[in-house]
Design a protein around this ligand. Structure first.
Ligand code: CP
Ligand code: NVA
Length: 307
């Protein structure tokens, strides 16, 4: 079983992972399902701080051994096929975690792998982050289904897509606000609508940040220039997205109890103001910590080893 996008977990499985993540957070060193140690390969085609650290620490805490590889330094960086890499790795490791470019690359790895493959971020999805974010929301509110999450900013990036899909699986009412040209992939919106139909959630895409934020329980955003995007586009992106900044005025439209999610790294003064991300309603640091707990639970779930 692989975890390549958010709806690879059924609503029941997603909840089981979140329950286990809470248990693992409460008793951090009690679960050692990777004792042996079993090895987990963690591969990076793009930079990372949180994902790199949380998988390395998490695998070690589960009793396993993390093998963190920058793909550029491996034969993959010289063009060895993904399928051959999958065959070689999956004879030796218990799971493969990979941050890369197109979604088709993790799909190719999974198709040729005998062991679970985990998407540690692609251009299209960031499903591990959404598990950590759902854990964070649950900790603060005690529930998920029925809450409204408004994501404001670049609606066409991995975080927007994973909030749509993973949020729908969790039964959230997900609103995405972005300008024309930055709207989510319609195929992913449709997949999220299908998931929401089964969980009582809903999906709404709008060009109005104010409308999306109105009464929301959770307000989320992400960088306006994602890894792999052309830095030369930055000025045009900033101009188009500035009306979608998460600032005190936008937050004032959300519920009085609302808090703010940002997966980090944050660019203060662009997608979010310093006042908000460094303020009392920011949940960013809990999110970053919960990457550890959520991913430990995910690995235990995928390896059928919750112990
Ligand atoms: N949020 C996140 O995935 O951070 P990194 O890019 O530092 O891993
Ligand atoms: N959308 C961002 C997320 C970083 C964790 C990116 O892909 O760069």
């Amino acid at each position: 079983m692989h975890f390549l996008k958010d709806d690879d977990l059924t609503p029941e499985a997603q909840l089981a992972v979140l329950d286990l993540a809470a248990e693992m957070k409460a008793d951090r060193f009690a679960h050692r399902p990777l004792a042996g140690p079993r090895t987990v390969a963690v591969l990076f085609d793009k930079p990372s701080t949180r994902t790199r650290i949380s998988f390395a620490v998490g695998v070690a805490e589960l009793g396993g051994q993390p093998l963190v590889i920058d793909a550029a330094g491996s034969q993959m960086g010289r063009g060895e096929p993904i399928e051959d890499t999958a065959r070689v790795l999956s004879r030796q490791v218990a799971a493969i975690v990979w941050r890369t470019h197109g979604q088709e690359r993790v799909e190719a790895m999974a198709a040729a792998s005998r062991v679970p493959v985990v998407n540690a971020l692609t251009d299209e999805y960031h499903p591990c982050q959404i598990l950590a974010d759902l854990q964070t929301i649950r900790e603060r509110t005690g529930r998920l289904a029925g809450l409204t999450l408004a994501y404001v900013g670049d609606g066409a990036n991995n975080m927007a897509h994973s909030y749509l899909l993973g949020g729908a699986v969790a039964g959230l009412h997900v609103r995405v606000a972005a300008p024309e040209g930055y709207l989510p992939d319609p195929a992913i919106v449709a997949a999220a609508e299908r998931a929401a139909a089964g969980t009582g959630g809903s999906v709404q895409v709008t060009t109005s940040a104010e409308k999306a934020a109105e009464g929301a329980d959770v307000l989320a955003t992400d960088t306006w220039v994602s890894m792999g995007q052309d830095p030369a586009e930055k000025d045009a992106r900033v101009a188009a997205l500035m009306p979608y900044q998460v600032n005190a005025d936008l937050l004032a439209r959300a519920a009085g109890t609302a808090f703010v999610l940002h997966c980090l790294p944050a660019y203060r003064g662009l997608e979010i103001t310093a006042e908000v991300i460094d303020g009392p309603r920011s949940a960013a640091w809990d999110q970053a910590e919960n990457r550890l707990h959520a991913q430990k639970a995910l690995l235990a779930h995928l390896l059928g080893a919750a112990g």
